[in-house]
Design a protein around this ligand. Sequence first.
Ligand SMILES: [Zn+2]
Length: 454
Amino acid sequence: MKLYNTLSRKIEDFKPIKPPNVGMYTCGPTVYGPGHIGHARSYTNFDLLKRAFLYNGFKVKHILNITDIHDDMIKKATELKISVAELADRYIPLFKKDLKELNIIPADFYPRVTEHTSKIIEMIEVLVKKGYGYIEKDGSVYFDVSKFADYGKLSGIKLEKGKTGTRVETDKYEREEATDFALWKASKKGEPFWNSPWGKGRPGWHIECSVMASEYLGKTIDLHAGAMDLKFPHHENEIAQSEAANGVKFVNFWFHGGLLEVENKKMSKSLGNIFTLEDVKNKGFESLALRYLFLTCHYRSKMNFTWKGLGGAQVAYQKLVEMTRSWKKGGRQVVSDVDVGKIDDFRKKFQEKINNDLNIPEALAIVWEVAKSNIPDPDKLDLILDFDQVLGLRLAEAPIKKFQVPTEIQRLVEEREKLRKEEKWQEADKVRKEIEKSGFIIEDTPEGPKVKKK
Ligand SMILES: [Zn+2]
C-alpha cells in the first residue's frame, strides 16, 4: 500500500514494524464544545485509512486521545460556571455519537489526559533530567527547542538563530515560529491542578500525545494521524518530546488530512459558518450523505464545503443505496468468462485506487462504473459490498429515504411563489433558475408548484 508520508514528503510503501499489526495514533478532540464538519472530515479521513488497512489484511490497534484539560477547556468551563470535568463529560458522548453516525469504526482506546497525569509527570522528569526541560520560578516546565537538533524536521519550521529562549505560554500558538513550549503549567488561581515535583499544575497540551502514544503503542509507532493544522506546532513538539525522552524515532509514518472551508472561507465564529453534524441533519440531510461528500475529495486536498454540494451528495448517495437494494443476492446463473473478466478487473482497479495514496474519489468512480455496468446484479452486489468495507457508506443497510425537498430549496420555492403572487415575473424566474442550478426542477400544477429532482 502506497501512502504519502509528511515526514519524508514522499509517497512511500507503507510497512509496519510488525506486520500484519499496525499501531495507529490519532489526535482526538478537545472536548469543550460540539465538533464541527471540519472535524467530521478529519475523522472520516482517518477512518478511510484504517478501513483501507483492514481491507489489505492488516490488523489495526487504534488509539484516539481525548484532551480533557486545556486552555480552551478552562476558559469554556469558567464561562459556563461548571467544572472542567463536567464540561468533558458533557461533550465526550456527543463526540462519540458523531463518530457513530458517520459510521466511523471506534478506536480501541480513547485515553483521557486527566487519567494519565502521573505518566506525563514521569516523562517530563526524564526530559528535565536529560537537559531538554527547564523549570521556571513559578513552577512551570518548558521544553528548550534549541537542545533538540532535529526540531523542525516535520514542518520545516526551524528555530531562528539568536532566538533561543523565547517562550510561549498558551497551548495553541499565534505565530508559526519555533519557541520553547510548556510541558507543565503552574496552576493559576481557580484552575484545576495536580501535584508534581514542581508544585501544583497541569500538563501542557503537547506532552499528552507523546505519553499516550508510547503508553499504548510503544516508543516507535507505525503511523500517527492528525489534521493538517496540527503539523505545527503540535506534531513537531510531539516528535521533540518523544525522541528526546526515549532516544528512538517516534513515528515512521505521518498522515495529515486536509482542512475544510465553508463556501471558500475559513470557518470562524465571526462569519457564523461553523456547522455541526446536528446542523446538517436539521437541514434535512443524512449524516452518511456528508460522509459521501467527504469521499469525493482526496484526503490531502483542501475541501470546499457548500450546501449545494451536500445536496448533490445526498441525491447521489440515495441513488446508490436504491441501486444496491435493487440487486438481489442469489438466483445466480452461470457467469460468462467475459463477465468474470470484468468483475476481476473492477476489483483490481478499486484496490489500485485505494492503495495509491488512498485515492477514494477515484475508487468511488469505480463504484459507479460497477453500478452502471452490465455484469449480473448479484455480482454487482458482491462487488459493491466488498468495496463498502472501505467506503463505509452502509449501502446494504441504510434506509431508502422517500424523496425530500431540502429545506433550503423549499424556502426558494416559497419565495418564488410569493414573487409570482406579486406579479414580479422576472424576479420569480431568477429564483426558479437558482433552484434548477441546485439540481431540482419546479412543475407548476393546478395544486401549486411541485419540486422534483432534475
Ligand atoms: Zn496530539
